[in-house]
Structures are given as structure tokens and as C-alpha cells.
Ligand binder design. Structure first.
Ligand SMILES: NC(=O)C1=CN([C@@H]2O[C@H](COP(=O)(O)OP(=O)(O)OC[C@H]3O[C@@H](n4cnc5c(N)ncnc54)[C@H](OP(=O)(O)O)[C@@H]3O)[C@@H](O)[C@H]2O)C=CC1
Ligand SMILES: O=C(O)[C@@H]1CCC=N1
Length: 260
């Protein structure tokens, strides 16, 4: 499989890392910043191309991993070389119909991954334009399945997937940071606290998954009547922490709907 990547930033690196670990496809890459493209090429064994169109010509699947403001520029440059190739956009908030406005009725896949694909623990939404055949869909789904869990979905759900799973790692990191700050406030060193708190999060997740526990069951098991945990939970409720988190995710959802 020959995969071209246009834009060699954070997400492209996560994707390339995952592909290298799992299916080992031949990668071709291009970034407007030559130093970045060179580094990417060295780290992931990708062949560096001189421009967007060369990248398209060398590949059968082309992943566009530039910021939303840059995608239309890229599409303009590649539109004449696409033919039957598959264009995969991971760009937040840009619909298949917007992409078609520039390149026409081509084979287009929209994927919303998250950075956890670099450790094969991503959760990603995928939807297809009607030009993509069933065999091609299967190929793309298998490619992304090597990076984590795939939700094959309708495009109308992509903004929600962006807000929950695309942005999710940053939100989770924010919660972890709150625990670390609390530990530092209570006199523990930051780095040691971070490592232990990561085990706290991981342990809770593994416990819930392995024992099929709901959030309520975990809370019931931990919260002794009149004990310490209820004091913390009551304070979280008083400060509407859950409402603030939900509102934060809804803000991300609104932004995904109106990114440009
Ligand atoms: N980061 C994340 O967790 C996620 C991001 N996404 C989406 O992925 C896309 C990429 O995000 P991310 O990797 O974080 O962004 P980055 O800014 O890290 O990477 C984008 C790269 O593309 C380069 N670029 C800009 N224009 C062109 C061009 N015409 N041709 C080639 N390269 C170009 C940029 O260069 P320069 O910086 O010089 O402009 C930059 O190096 C975004 O659209 C985002 O919505 C989706 C899911 C999760
Ligand atoms: O913040 C962003 O816009 C991108 C999309 C999802 C995660 N990062």
C-alpha cells in the first residue's frame, strides 16, 4: 500500500508512527516546511516529495493532515491529479461536500482520529463519499483499525466525534493535570505525582473494563458513608464540575460545526 501524507505535523506523526508499528506501508510525505518534512522522513522512513502533486502521484491513498485554514489550498493544488485515488481528510470541521466543491465528485474519506493512534489506542470516526467502493471502504477501515477503534458513521456525527474523541486527549490531560496540581499543593513532587496519577487513571479504566463496572458502581464501591470521598464528590457537585465538562465538550462541538 502506498500512502501519501500532506502536512507532517502532530497528527501525521501519530499516523505514521502507528502505520510503521503495524502494517508497514510505504509512506510518501510533503510539508510546506522542508525541515519538518525532512525530520518526518527520517523518523518514519517516508520518502520526501517536493510538492503536493508529487505526493498524490506516488500514492494510492492520500492523507491530508493540514490545518482547516490550509486544506482548500492543498485541494486546489492536487485536484487535477486525483483521478481514482482515495483522498482521506483528517481535517476537523471540513465536510465532504466542501471538499467536493474544490475537487469534484472524487473518492473522499473523512476520518476524525485522535493522537492516541500513535499507541494503537485511538478512537476514530470514519465516513465515506458515495464514490468509494465497498472494497475500498474495507481497505481504509482496516488501515485505521490498525490504529485503534473505528466508528464507521454518518457524516452528521463527525462534529460530535471531533469534540469527544478528537479533542478528548487534551481534555483528559487537563483532568490529569488537576490531580497533579492537587498533589503538588499537598506537598508531593510533580513528576513522581504524575507517574502515580497516570497509574490511578489507568487502574480505574482497567478495573472498569475488566470487571464491567459502571461509573456509578465504582463510585459506590469507593464512597464510604460519612467518609472522605463523599466530601470530594459533594464539592464537585456544588461547583458543577460535570456541567462544566459537558459544556466544554459542547463548545468544542460548536467550533467543529463552524471552524471556518
Ligand atoms: N492534533 C490533533 O489531536 C488532531 C488534529 N486533527 C486535524 O488534523 C489536522 C492537522 O492537525 P495537526 O497535526 O495538529 O497540525 P500541525 O500544525 O501540527 O500540522 C500541519 C502541518 O501542515 C503543514 N502545512 C500547511 N500547509 C501545507 C501545505 N499546503 N502542504 C503541506 N503541508 C502544509 C503545516 O506547516 P506550517 O505549520 O508551516 O503551516 C504543519 O507542518 C488539522 O486539520 C486538525 O483539525 C484531527 C484530529 C486530532
Ligand atoms: O483542536 C482541534 O481543532 C483538533 C481537532 C480535534 C483535535 N484537535
Amino acid at each position: 500500500m502506498k500512502i501519501g501524507i500532506i502536512g507532517c505535523g502532530n497528527m501525521a506523526s501519530s499516523i505514521a508512527h502507528s502505520i510503521k508499528q503495524s502494517i508497514g506501508a510505504q509512506l510518501f510525505c510533503y510539508d510546506i516546511d522542508t525541515d519538518k518534512a525532512n525530520r518526518f522522513s527520517q523518523v518514519y522512513g517516508a520518502i520526501r516529495m517536493n510538492n503536493e502533486i508529487e505526493t498524490v502521484e506516488s500514492s494510492s491513498i492520500i492523507i491530508i493532515a493540514v490545518k482547516p485554514k490550509d486544506i482548500f489550498d492543498v485541494l486546489e493544488k492536487i485536484k487535477d491529479g486525483i483521478s481514482e485515488k482515495i483522498i482521506v481528510s483528517i481535517v476537523a470541521g471540513i465536510s465532504i461536500s466542501k471538499i467536493k466543491e474544490v475537487i469534484g465528485d472524487k473518492k473522499i474519506v473523512r476520518v476524525m482520529p485522535n493522537i492516541n493512534i500513535s499507541v494503537q489506542k485511538g478512537v476514530m470516526g470514519i465516513c465515506f463519499s458515495e464514490e468509494v467502493t465497498n472494497d475500498e471502504k474495507e481497505k481504509i477501515i482496516n488501515l485505521f483499525k490498525s490504529m485503534g477503534e473505528v466508528i464507521v458513521t454518518y457524516e452528521k456525527y463527525m462534529d460530535a466525534i471531533t469534540a469527544i474523541f478528537g479533542s478528548g486527549p487534551a481534555f483528559v490531560a487537563h483532568f490529569i493535570e488537576s490531580f497533579v496540581d492537587a498533589a503538588v499543593k499537598l506537598g508531593f513532587p510533580r513528576q513522581e505525582s504524575l507517574n502515580l496519577i497516570l497509574t490511578l487513571f489507568e487502574g480505574t479504566v482497567v478495573n472498569m473494563k475488566n470487571n464491567m463496572l459502571t461509573t456509578q458502581q465504582i463510585k459506590d464501591m469507593v464512597t464510604s458513608p460519612g467518609g472522605t470521598t463523599i466530601e470530594g464528590l459533594v464539592e464537585f457537585e456544588r461547583r458543577a464540575v460535570k456541567g462544566a465538562i459537558i459544556d466544554g465538550i459542547l463548545k468544542a462541538f460548536e467550533r467543529s460545526k463552524n471552524i471556518l
